[in-house]
Design a protein around this ligand. Sequence first.
Ligand code: ADE
Ligand code: ZN
Length: 324
Amino acid sequence: MDDLIRRLPKAELHLHIEGSLEPELMFELAGRNGIALPYNSVDDVKAAYQFTNLQSFLDIYYQAAAVLQTEQDFFDLTWAYLKRAAEDNVRHAEIFFDPQTHTARGIDFETVLEGITSALQAGERELGISSRLIMCFLRHLSAKEAMTTLQQALPHRQQIVAVGLDSSEVGHPPSKFREVFDEARRQGFLTVAHAGEEGPPEYIREALDLLHAARIDHGVRCMENADLVSRLRDEQIPLTVCPLSNVRLCVFERIEDHPLRRMLEAGLCVTVNSDDPAYFGGYIGENFAAVTRGLELSREQVLQLARNSFAAAFVDEKRKAELI
Ligand code: ADE
Ligand code: ZN
């Protein structure tokens, strides 16, 4: 099965590029940019990755992002992810970036975007991985700040397929960003949103009804509401599930407790993704392996997960046919 998982062509649809910053690269960039880290070694960094919930992770994750300063840094970060993804036979990747994490530190929006997009182009050319970019708004910041970020993105409309919503979920419902998402859709962006990771099923409903999300990121708490499950199944709304993330952030205690198999058996369009692989102990292949083993998935269920990833991708039918 491990061999099948590795060789299976797949699309990754939920990956925060800042969350692919491995401790080794963190040290390299800190050295290059003269930034002091609160860690003495790579082992020291890894030992700090003991999370109790989403916020305990975000605090460390935003701090680490400070090593990313130049276009070359963003290129190196993205290129390292793509090379690792190629080993898992990722054929297509839809990548989140959080411009506000960087612009708040005085880094230009264009520095971030150019570094990432030039690596994505190299990934297409040299690794055969096609990609799309999704710009996330930080939901712990204001809707006004999100609107400013949307305006910054408008000259680069062609390089960004969708907008999303991430960061601290509870207390920051999708409704807070309704006007920003209305404007994003008017400007031609697709929309997605993290919802139902730590937040209640009601946030998933809001993401669908108010933000018109084409996919729900995580969405695992939908399982607490039977009507919502029926709706997600009937409308085949894709859910970009991240099993190792959910365990590391204590959404579920053990991989054996994860609802992914029940979600598949309920007819939901579930995909498997890595979220922030440098922090959560595994890339997409390791996420597939963990649920396959922990939930005793059948070969057919594993194949279904990979099929779903292409069905849910933001590419046209012709490209989907080429990818599979
Ligand atoms: N930003 C990076 N990873 C995230 C996650 N799992 N949930 C919300 N925001 C995030
Ligand atoms: Zn995420």
